[in-house]
Design a protein around this ligand. Structure first.
Ligand code: ADP
Ligand code: MG
Length: 271
């Protein structure tokens, strides 16, 4: 993107929440696609052994010769692992089930928290001319998620608009604080995005009210509605933006990308 206000180098965002099924992967895929549509160059890193982000963006399981595991634990050259997708502006570093043993293997590795950080600081990454790197984290506060937080500039937290949604958040915030104290002083919370929001549901509204009261401006204005097109898109191996461009889900993810870009421009102008 030839935007003179963009910060130098790519902005690295970890999409994290230790709860499963809250919309991390959906948000990673669709925010990547929406930023790509806006002319950004985006790398999506699949850091979940389940590989749902890889599948959801169109990379089949038997077409992943090199994966995030090779990048982190086998010193694979970055250019071998990062590959294009069919989605405009979006590159991917795919995951395979190999990654499920990474946590165990990392225990005995003294650089265990810094592997992804170091990979993403290699000069070789410059050839991709990236604006954003989105990291789709696994549903745990494991060593892999810690790697994402150590590597990232910020953490984006999808919060499912349902009962108990806010409960897991304090644990997540505690982990962010620990990472700040030990390895990444400047790690910020990018924001919390409410997902699977249903306006007709009192509970959704209650969760929204609680989240805004507790977290204030950290909560994005944009909320992602529960929308069947969003849940159908992965089985067609596409972001909802491509599967059904005018669906409410697609419109919401475009708005989220816009809100993110606006916030970043504002930060840039202040500094
Ligand atoms: P996570 O990565 O946090 O485990 P996912 O992104 O895989 O969560 O989402 C969990 C499930 O919810 C998936 O089946 C996904 O298709 C569905 N889903 C996510 N967001 C929405 C939405 N806005 N509307 C409808 N279904 C959604
Ligand atoms: Mg996921």
């Amino acid at each position: 993107m030839s935007d003179p206000t963009r910060p130098a180098g790519a902005k690295i965002i970890a999409v994290a929440n230790q709860k499963g099924g809250v919309g991390k992967t959906t948000t990673s895929i669709n925010l990547a696609a929406a930023l790509g549509e806006r002319g950004c160059r985006v790398l999506l890193i699949d850091l979940d052994p389940q590989g749902n982000a890889s599948t959801g963006i169109g990379i089949e399981a038997d077409d992943r010769d090199f994966s995030t595991y090779d990048l982190l634990l086998d010193d694979a050259p970055i250019a071998q692992v990062i590959r294009p997708t069919r989605i405009e502006g979006v590159l991917i570093c795919p995951a395979t089930t190999d990654l499920s043993s990474a946590d165990m293997e990392l225990v005995s590795n003294e650089k265990r928290s810094f592997l992804l950080h170091d990979v993403l600081r290699q000069p070789a990454i410059d050839q991709f001319d990236l604006d954003y790197i989105l990291i789709d984290c696994p549903p745990s506060l494991s060593q892999l998620t810690i790697n994402a937080m150590v590597a990232a500039h910020s953490v984006l937290v999808p919060l499912q608009a349902e009962f108990f949604a806010l409960e897991g958040l304090s644990q997540l915030m505690l982990t962010v604080r620990e990472v700040r104290q030990s390895a990444n002083r400047d790690l910020r919370i990018e924001g919390v995005v409410l997902t699977m929001y249903d306006v007709r549901n009192n509970l959704s509204q209650q969760v929204e009210a609680d989240a805004r009261a507790t977290l204030g401006d950290l909560v994005f204005r944009t909320m992602i509605p529960r929308n069947v097109r969003v849940s159908e898109a992965p089985s067609y191996a596409m972001p909802v933006l491509n599967y059904d461009s005018s669906s409410r889900g697609a419109v919401a993810y475009r708005a989220l990308a816009e809100e993110l870009l606006t916030r970043h421009r504002a930060v840039k102008q202040r500094s």
